[in-house]
Design a protein around this ligand. Structure first.
Ligand code: CAO
Length: 539
């Protein structure tokens, strides 16, 4: 084991650059070519990779320090003998875009005051070859001001802005995103007016082979960092569209599909650090979660209906307003599907009517609902995912070992949903008594608060009214609800003839995040089987 000093490699002509990011800490194990620091000069930002594998012993620079070629950066513990000068081992970082040469196209002419077409070429890339285009910062037809970024190139060591010096109209790109380019490659054509070109620039930059035409120098944007994508989808945090960050953050942002103009940088010169990007992602995720959790506002219509005839406006009861909010929350947050089936309750009805006669003197009316409640407990015991709630982060299922069944009750003020607690411990007659007592309390506005809490599954029965089917809305945070429509006699094929059978329509709406369609079909079918043979319910 020996100690080796890592120094700033050849900066490709740049005198002094700033340390803008430290990528490692003392004690970190670093592989060969892993980034140690990020440096930024006037023209480019670059990562300095470690030329050797080892453990960082001491950092010799901090963020904000100015360094130049051969400045010491860090001491590393490495296996084997010490290197005399590791800076020599380092691959020189040559990522300095030299002035962009915008060379006129062959056919273009330079008549003073007239427009001409010029080719825009890749400038000197400081020794780098075949560098990828990671962003096109302008669109065809854009009127580009001088120093506007045309595109961003990125190598494994640096990202660099390719700005145009001269104002003009972007006619075409001769390259596309992802292409690799090298010095001198034509990357775009622009229409410029010669009036825009300072005479001094034309004469100073003219190349020997271009006697008849001008050569327009497009110098790099000295103190302007790289430019990010144009036209962000939402209002940019950085309306100038100028993004200040290193290649690693750009790469990460690209991988995550994030528009960097939306991200605020907290680094030097408002540079976007990796933490800024991650913080931005976290904030976005939180706001999405909040949007999902918060019900959408209950908004009606602004339209003046009195234009079409007489109208009257009535206040909505508090219950209806609360119900509306809950319905919107459930409808907008739960992907719900309804499964339909029919239970043959012919035999059950014969039994129920007999039972009714015996219970009526005791003041209990046994409606089909009591049997349905009993059947639900049994079906929920067999299919526990229907008696559940999704965990807070949506990655767990909370299974409930109690069967608290709420029953939707239609009252003059709106829908109320009292709960029959511990239904698994109650017989059909008890369930009949309790459901009718709770319904009466609800209609008399005498339901105590706790009688409407703690439900694990809901039944909404419209069977006393009519209808053949409906799609009840899941009563969140529950994951399923049973809708019951009116039983009716139907001809059912028994294998040799049609028989009149009393068929009860059942509609199970369920949260598709938790329950699959096949499970819903099995659950509903099982309910039908239970109701078709009363012995299942009484056992
Ligand atoms: N098929 C055929 N007849 C049915 C039936 C069905 N599915 N369900 C009930 N009936 C019959 C009953 O047997 C009763 O008949 P009789 O008067 O001859 O005895 C009659 O219909 C009325 O029953 P009911 O509605 O008074 O009693 P219930 O126990 O069936 O229902 C309750 C109680 C509280 C659920 C009901 O009164 C109610 O309020 N339903 C509305 C629920 C609602 O609004 N849901 C929509 C919510 S939004 O999804």
């Amino acid at each position: 084991m020996s100690q080796t000093q890592i120094a700033v490699p050849d900066l490709g002509g740049m005198e002094e650059v700033e340390v803008i990011e430290i990528c490692v800490q003392p004690g970190d194990s670093v592989g060969e070519e892993e980034s140690l620091v990020v440096l930024e000069g006037d023209k480019a930002s670059m990562e300095v990779p470690s030329p050797v594998a080892g453990v960082v012993h001491t950092l010799l620079v901090k963020v904000g320090d100015k360094v130049s070629t051969d400045s010491p950066l860090a001491l590393m513990d490495v296996q084997g003998p010490a290197e005399a000068s590791v800076s020599e081992l380092s691959e020189p970082v040559k990522a300095v875009p030299a002035p962009l040469q915008a060379v006129p196209a062959e056919q273009s002419s330079t008549i003073a005051g007239a427009s001409s077409t010029i080719d825009v070429r890749v400038p000197d890339l400081g020794g780098l070859d075949s560098v990828e285009i990671i962003e096109l910062s302008a669109a065809i037809g854009d009127e580009l001001k001088a120093e506007t970024s045309l595109m961003v190139l990125e190598s494994d060591k640096a990202s660099m802005d390719i700005p145009v010096e001269q104002a003009g109209t972007l006619l075409s790109f001769t390259v596309k995103l992802g292409d690799k380019v090298s010095e001198g490659d034509v990357i775009a054509t622009m229409q410029v007016t010669t009036a825009n070109v300072p005479a001094s620039v034309i004469s100073a930059q003219k190349t020997p082979s271009q006697d008849a035409v001008s050569s327009v120098s497009a110098a790099p944007v000295a103190d302007k960092p790289v430019t990010a994508k144009a036209a962000p989808s939402s209002a940019p945090t950085n309306p100038s569209g100028v993004v200040h960050t290193g290649p690693a953050v750009r790469k990460l942002a690209r991988e995550m599909g994030i528009d960097l103009t939306q991200v605020s940088g907290t680094g030097p010169k408002k540079r976007i650090l990796k933490e800024d990007l991650l913080g931005f992602v976290k904030q976005k995720v939180n706001s999405i979660n909040q949007a999902v959790a918060a019900p959408v506002g209950i908004k009606g219509s602004n339209e003046d209906f009195s234009r079409f005839g007489d109208i009257s406006e009535q206040p909505l009861s508090k219950i209806k307003q609360i119900t509306a909010k809950n319905m919107v929350a459930s409808w907008t947050t739960i992907p719900q599907v309804t499964q339909f089936d029919e239970a043959d309750i012919t035999d059950l009805e014969i039994y129920r009517k007999g039972e009714m006669q015996s219970q009526l003197p005791k003041g209990v009316k046994v409606s089909p609902l009591a049997f349905i409640l009993k059947a639900c407990v049994k079906a929920l015991q067999k299919y526990p995912q229907f008696n559940a709630s999704l965990g807070p982060n949506g990655d767990t299922l909370i299974l409930k070992e109690f069967y608290n069944l709420s029953v939707a009750v239609d009252t003059p003020d709106g829908l109320m949903v009292p709960v029959i607690k511990q239904a698994q411990a109650k017989g059909v007659v008890d369930l009949a008594r309790e459901s009718s007592d709770l319904a009466k309390l609800a209609r008399d506005k005498k339901l105590p608060m706790d009688a409407m809490m703690g439900a694990s599954f809901t039944i909404s029965s419209l069977g006393g009214i009519g209808g053949t089917a409906f799609t009840p809305i899941v009563n969140a945070p529950q994951v399923a609800i049973l809708g019951v429509s009116k039983a009716a006699y139907k001809p059912v094929w028994n294998g040799s003839s049609f028989e009149p059978r009393l068929m009860l329509p059942l509609c199970v709406s369920y949260d598709h995040r938790v329950i699959d369609g096949a499970q819903a079909a099995l659950f509903t079918r099982y309910l039908c089987q239970l109701l078709s043979d009363v012995r299942h319910l009484l056992l």
